[in-house]
Design a protein. Structure first.
Length: 297
């Protein structure tokens, strides 16, 4: 005799299991409300394409990534049964034998180079031989551990310099790092080791870790980064199309791997000078990238 059991019905979560946002990585429950995904920027992306559009080339967001969309997959797969889902949830919240997976090292990132990353060909050709040897890089960690040290909430700014354009594979790179004093000594050391280890090709050798106030502000249409007495960046979200009259192209990639990287307009960036050389300042150029990063824990 055939029975219509609830266990035979496929379980569908309110949002696609491949929908991602910055706040997603802070969750310890399956999201059921849009507010659990959305920060003031409202930015979301698809974990399959790693872009702001899904496999069907439609926008990835909390309004669209729901049951009924062709590429939708429930958390755990679209064929997960109600009884199996209930068992898994019971194990997680009851502290069952299988520990939850460790959260990835993730957060917000922004960089400003000393050369335009989006410009016309003549602009690029004029800068490439002698510019683009320095950059400011900033991280705001929202989750993750490194060498057993929790990185959540840490703000850090690095200045990197090279004898060649940072787009070249130069072994002579060096960087200095400032970590906000809200981080412990162990956290500051862990962040320095993480950046030097995971981003060795981008930053080179760590010269020194210094401590000082680091402000990492993500406002409606811009980032404001201030590491007092060390470095600063003011970057608007949209590049300036009037920088030159030639057809624009993107000439450089971000120094680190980002989810959905975006070119920004650098209102001003500056390094106060120190172990890496003399002070410098740049302004009014399309020399920035911003986005979110993620590394395995």
């Amino acid at each position: 005799m055939e029975q219509n059991s609830p266990a035979a019905r496929p379980f569908e979560t309110p949002f696609c299991g491949n929908l991602r946002s910055k706040k997603y990585f802070l969750l310890d429950v399956i999201p059921t409300e849009a507010e659990q995904y959305l920060d003031p920027s409202g930015h979301c992306w698809c974990a399959v394409t790693e872009m702001a559009v899904g496999p069907d080339d439609r926008r990835a967001n909390t309004d669209r990534c729901r049951p009924g969309r062709k590429c939708y997959k429930s958390v755990g797969g679209s064929t997960m049964h109600v009884s199996l889902f209930a068992s898994l949830m019971s194990m997680i919240f009851a502290g069952g034998p299988s520990a939850p997976a460790q959260r990835p090292i993730a957060g917000d990132y922004i960089e400003a180079r000393t050369a335009s990353v989006w410009a016309g060909g003549c602009h690029y050709s004029a800068e490439e031989p002698c510019a683009g040897r320095d950059a400011i890089m900033a991280w705001k960690f929202t989750s993750g551990q490194w060498n057993g040290v929790n990185l959540t909430g840490i703000r850090a700014v690095a200045v990197v310099t090279s004898e060649d354009n940072l787009a070249d594979s130069s072994p002579s790179r060096r960087f200095e790092l400032m970590v906000d004093p809200s981080a412990s000594a162990a956290q500051a050391s862990a962040v320095g080791n993480l950046i030097e280890t995971k981003y060795a090709g981008a930053v080179g050798r760590l010269v020194k870790v210094v401590r000082g106030p680091v402000a990492f502000l993500h406002e409606s249409t811009e980032y404001r980064i201030a590491a007092k007495g060390f470095a600063s960046m003011n970057v608007q979200f949209l590049p300036d199309p009037a920088c030159c009259y030639q057809e624009k192209e993107t000439w450089y990639s971000p120094l680190i791997t980002l989810h959905d990287p975006q070119v920004g307009f650098t209102v001003r960036s500056s390094y106060a000078g120190g172990l890496l050389g003399v002070r410098w300042m740049r302004a009014s150029e399309n020399s920035s990238y911003y986005g979110t990063f993620q590394l395995p824990g």
